[in-house]
Structure formats: C-alpha cells, structure tokens
Design a protein around this ligand. Structure first.
Ligand code: PNW
Length: 495
C-alpha cells in the first residue's frame, strides 16, 4: 500500500512544484508540417528493426494539433508546472541559420495557453531531436554542434524569455552518448563504444554555452540542466562486483555530473586517457561548470552491477542487442547489470525501488557540496494498462494502481529524505515532475511502454485519464487545501 493523498500532501513543503513532463519528439507528430525540417530521429526511427513493433513517430500523440485539449487536461489536473521540450528542427530546420516563424509560433501558442491556464512553463531546449543536417555533419561527435545549440538557446531566449519560468538546457546527455553513440539503440544509431566519448564533452559544452546565451539574453527564469542518476549497487561483497559498480557509476553518473557541479572530470576517467577525450582547455570547464539556479535530476531506478558476463538485464531494459554487441566488441563482457532479486519490475523490466530515491539524493548531497536547489525533473513507470468499461454507464476506467503507487512511494521517499533529519536533508528539493503527462512514443520502445497519467488510444488519439491522473489531482487538491488552511491560520493570528 501507499500513504493517502492527504498524508502525502502534508509532507509537501511550501513552494514545492508538482508538475508533469513530455518531450516534443515523443508527443507532437506533424513531422512534415509548417516548415519543420527533418530530425536525425525521423531517419533513425524509419530504419527496419530500430523501433519495437515498428512504431512510427509520424503522428505520435498528435499533440501538435491537440495542444489546447492537452493543456485543458493539465488545467483540470491542477499541476503547478508543465515541462516540455522545443523541437529544434521545427524552429530552426537545419540547426543553423534562419528560423521558421511557423515553428516558433507553435510554442508561442503553447506558452500563452499555459499561462492563461495558470500553469508555469518549464522549457527543455534540447531533448534529443537533433536536426538531421547537424547529425549529417557528425552530430555530437562534432564540437560545432555545441555552438549550434547555444545559437538555438539564444533564439529561444529572444522568443520566449518573457514567459518561461524554468529552463532546462539539455536532457540526459548520458542517454544520448550511451544509447545514441555507443550502442546504436537511439538516433543517430552509432555503435562506437568508447569512441563515442567525445559526445560527452560536446554535449556538456553545449549546455554551458546555452547557459551563457540565456544569461546574456537576461531571461528572468531559472536556469538548469537535467541528468539521469541511478545509484550503482554491487551485486555482492565480491570486491570485483564493487569495482564494476564503481566503473558504472563513473561512466553513467559522475562523468556527466562532476564537470557541471565540480568543474572537472573524475580523476579516474582522466587517468584512463580515452584517446584524449577528456583533456580540454580550462576555459571549457569554466563554461560547463557555470553556476546554475537548479539542478535537474531524473530518478527512475537503481542499478545492480556484477563482474563478468551474465544473463542480467541491461540498464533501461534497452535491448538484448546491447549485451551481445558489447560482448562481441570487447571480446568478453567485463561486467553486467543483474536483475534485482524479488523486486517488483515495470513493463521495461526496471526494478521498482523507492528506497533508493533517498540513496540517490544522499549520494548527490555527499558528492556535490555546492549543489544548487534540486528539482526531480522526471520520475515514473511504464506498466501495461487495462481499460475497464462499465456497461451500465458506458464509462471507461483505467485502474493503474501500480503506476499510482510508484509515484506516491517515490514522491514520499524524496520528501522524507530531504526533510529535516532525512538522509539527504542537505538537499533543497524544489519539485517533482511526473513522467509523463500522457502515453507517448517511448523512443526505441515505440508505443509499448506507456508512462502516461493519460492513456492515449493510438488509433483514435483519444485521451483517457487513468486512476493515477485522478490520484495526482487529489494530491494537488489536498496540498492546496492544507496551504490555504495555513494562510487562514496566519491571517487569524495576524497583527
Ligand atoms: C528518460 N535509465 O530516459 C527520458 O528523458 C525520457 O524521454 C524517456 O521517455 C523516459 O526517461 C522513460 O524512458 C531514460 O537508464 C533513459 O535509468 C535511461 C534511464 C532512465 C531514463
């Protein structure tokens, strides 16, 4: 069981944001409309076998045409904030040079609709849909892409700076490097293994340059970035398991967080040399580590790591291919991800471990003493949904108890860990954004991993709120009631 919405609401501090998130490529569709240019993802997802079930992003949730309906559903839900991303090729079709006014206009309408509905916008500038022309020039292997991102950030600042409350420069560079360039599971489909490493620095530089562009434009909103964080847990007391977990921690967590929060790459990474991928002018490191107004963290699960080859599931449950390719390329797998014994798992096979939310936050607090306020920019779970139709009333009901419990347990764990006396009390936690507002195009998993609070029927495109939607609505109502009671008491006690 999980605690009641009322009990959970009582744990929420004042000014804590409850939001929902999406990303442009996962929901918009309309890939050829109003002057949008092609994205690398358009081409990647058309390759046979790239997407589970052959799912096409061409229509996705058709959000491009249904945006007002989706904002109305968020207004009913009552969320404080909506995190969405800009489609870079919609606004700047080739990733450099002239902008497409029709593309810019879409997010103008979205921002106005959100503000009219009392929803505060959090805008992610880059959530993986690189313009194809940039991918053709090397994508993130090419340092120039970092400068192109900064230019795009300046365009966004000029067009939307007056209305955006929070900016996220880039989302999960670790996933782009690992899945996009090392393993070939995401666009651009490169399986370069360690030769993918230059994409780390180029993305982080792109982040830093984008921060500079936003600051130079004088935007009033808060500026941050988003990294995914998964605590790495050794499978046993075997020192080699511990070493393996340490390597995974370096490669997936610290490689992306240390440069931003400490201004340097981890010593062990630099010592390993990696073809000079991490030797850079001090100036780059200063740009990358500029102070942020908040740090965005995506927590989904911990990862259990063991030495040697094994049958284990792969992080993000993304493809058997990953294990095979790595094994082939390295002449034997040095370590692998183990299944979590007796843990509940999502449809992806991801372990459901809310107790590791506190561990993740505690590790962040210990590693990064100057951590700015933290926002959990994503968290959620894919579960297969069942649609129940009540014959008598002809109403549909989607009892997604497991997703609802996942959200309740994780939000509770985050609030308790960061409350006074909690294991991560040093962290100033400012919000939690549920991933996702609606079922959507889940990258290489296509339409087979529903994360939504809203069910989307991909035939009719009809949206149906799930039980988790009504639960979040109740949580927000309870939180608002508690807050207004505090105000009433303060007034009654007033001067
Ligand atoms: C995120 N992991 O990716 C992305 O930001 C979203 O676009 C995506 O839809 C969502 O999570 C669900 O997959 C992740 O290995 C990739 O822990 C990898 C991990 C977590 C999230």
């Amino acid at each position: 069981m999980h605690i009641t919405a009322k009990e959970l609401a009582a744990l929420i501090p004042p000014d804590f944001t409850l939001g929902v998130g999406t990303a442009a490529f996962q929901i918009e569709g309309a890939l050829d409309e109003d002057g949008r240019g092609p994205a690398g993802w358009d081409v990647f997802s058309a390759k046979p076998g790239a997407i589970v079930g052959g799912g096409s992003p061409a229509v996705a949730c058709d959000h491009y045409h249904r945006m007002p309906e989706d904002v109305a559903l968020m207004k009913q839900l009552g969320v404080d904030s909506y995190r969405f991303s800009l489609s870079w090729p919609r606004i700047q079709p080739t990733g450099s040079g002239p902008v497409n006014p029709a593309g810019l206009a879409f997010y103008d309408r979205l921002l106005d609709e959100l503000l009219a509905s009392g929803i505060s916008p959090m805008m992610t500038i880059y959530h993986w849909d690189t313009p194809l022309a940039l991918d053709d020039a090397g994508g993130w292997l090419n340092r120039d892409t970092a400068y192109r991102l900064a230019e795009f950030a300046a365009i966004a600042a000029a067009a939307y700076g007056d209305r955006v409350a929070r900016w996220v420069t880039i989302n999960e560079p670790a996933t782009v490097t690992t899945n996009g360039y090392a393993l070939g599971l995401h666009s651009p489909g490169e399986a370069l293994l360690l030769k993918a490493l230059p994409t780390v620095h180029h993305q982080l530089l792109g982040h830093g340059l984008a921060v500079q562009a936003l600051r130079a434009a004088g935007v009033p909103g808060e500026i941050g970035m988003t990294n995914v964080y998964s605590p790495m847990v050794p499978n046993s007391i075997n020192p080699l398991d511990k070493l393996s977990a340490g390597i995974m921690d370096l490669a997936q967590n610290r490689l992306y967080a240390d440069p931003v929060l400490l201004g340097r790459y981890p010593d062990l990474i630099r010592a390993a040399h990696f073809f000079g991928s991490f030797e850079h002018p001090d100036e780059d490191m200063e740009i990358i580590s500029q102070p942020l107004d908040f740090y965005g963290l995506n927590y989904y699960m911990p990862t259990k790591v063991a030495v040697g080859a094994g049958e284990g599931v792969i992080p993000a449950g993304m493809a058997e291919a990953m294990g095979d390719d790595l094994t082939a390329a390295s002449g034997g797998t040095p370590f692998h991800v183990e299944a979590w014994p007796e843990a509940d798992t999502t449809a992806y096979g991801w372990p459901v471990k809310p107790d590791y939310m506190g561990v993740a936050l505690k590790e962040m607090a210990e590693r990064y003493p100057n951590l700015p306020p933290v926002i959990l920019t994503e968290g959620g779970a894919s579960f297969e949904d069942i649609i129940v139709r009540d014959e008598a009333t002809n109403r549909t009901f989607i009892p997604d108890e497991r997703r609802l419990k996942y959200l309740s347990d994780h939000i509770e764990a985050a609030l308790r860990a960061t409350a006074p006396g909690g294991e991560a009390e040093a962290i100033d936690l400012r919000g939690y954004y549920v991933w996702s507002l609606m079922d959507n195009f889940e990258w290489s998993a296509g339409y087979n991993q529903p994360f939504g609070l809203l069910h989307v029927d991909f035939q009719t495109l009809e949206r149906t709120p799930k039980a988790s939607y009504f639960w979040l609505q109740e949580l927000i109502e309870e939180r608002n009631l508690a807050a207004s009671a505090v105000v009433a008491v303060a007034r009654a006690m007033g001067p």
